[in-house]
Design a protein around this ligand. Structure first.
Ligand SMILES: [Zn+2]
Ligand SMILES: [Zn+2]
Length: 243
């Protein structure tokens, strides 16, 4: 858990970024604001093999910019391009986030546009499903060594996410909205209870709650999730999970 705060970096954690490792392959799921700082304390940046961005909201992608700076100017950059899997138009959007001229980042990344369906990322068999979110966003299921992890990215209630997560060992689910928020727009985020309901409907082995904003009570989100999935857990910054 490189960064697990929702919608923005918080005082205790960067925004969304999860490092997934298998057989020495290092995949970053999202690279939200603040994450690159913490990441440098965890691994050698040169060892990142691939990056997957669920979508292009700031809290999931903005630290691509310092990643580019490191690769260009640290003098410690390995040669090969880093595959960057993301929704269509990520290349342009991230280039503009880096620099007003929008010069390409193709000296650092090999941009791979993604859509619903299957793809291979290193040793991981990946499956993507479009979530319920205002911008194009993909939940991802990673399978390797007989184990499976599903990360929702950002989503409102979504049957496609339940289908993607069916029988997974671990569901890493966003739970950004308080259950008591009367102004909650549909198709944006899950409440804690909804995250628990998605986990129960999918029959996952374990539910990890993440993406709780700094201004939302994480323990309340956890309690709400537990009403539908009693063994729900709330992730902590820097926590490590063995699948
Ligand atoms: Zn988000
Ligand atoms: Zn979002």
């Amino acid at each position: 858990m490189v960064g697990c705060t929702g919608s923005m970096p918080g005082p205790e954690s960067p925004a969304s970024c999860y490092l997934v490792e298998h057989e020495g392959f290092r995949l970053l799921l999202d690279l939200g604001n603040g994450a690159f700082g913490v990441l440098q304390g965890l691994i050698d940046i040169a060892s990142v093999d691939a990056v997957f961005l669920t979508h292009l909201h700031a809290d999931h992608c903005l630290d691509v910019a310092p990643f580019v700076v490191w690769r260009r100017y640290s003098g410690r950059s390995p040669g090969p391009l880093v595959p960057l899997y993301a929704p269509v138009a990520a290349e342009r959007r991230l280039a503009l986030a880096y620099d007003a001229d929008g010069d390409g980042l193709t000296d650092v990344f090999d941009f791979v546009p993604v859509g619903p369906g299957a793809l291979q990322i290193g040793p991981f068999q990946a499956q993507l499903a479009r979530t319920a979110h205002p911008v194009e966003c993909y939940a991802i299921r990673l399978s390797a060594g007989g184990r499976s992890l599903v990360y929702t990215g950002d989503t409102g209630p979504c049957p496609r996410v339940v289908d993607l997560a069916r029988g997974a060992d671990v569901l890493l689910a966003e739970a950004a909205h308080p259950d008591v928020d009367p102004a909650q727009p549909p198709g944006l985020h899950l409440t804690g209870r909804q995250a628990g309901e998605h986990a129960a409907a999918a029959g996952v082995g374990r539910l990890l709650l993440t993406h709780v904003p700094p201004f939302v009570d994480g323990q309340a989100q956890l309690a709400a999730a537990c009403t539908a999935f009693p063994t729900s857990e709330l992730v902590r910054p820097l926590a490590v999970y063995q699948l």
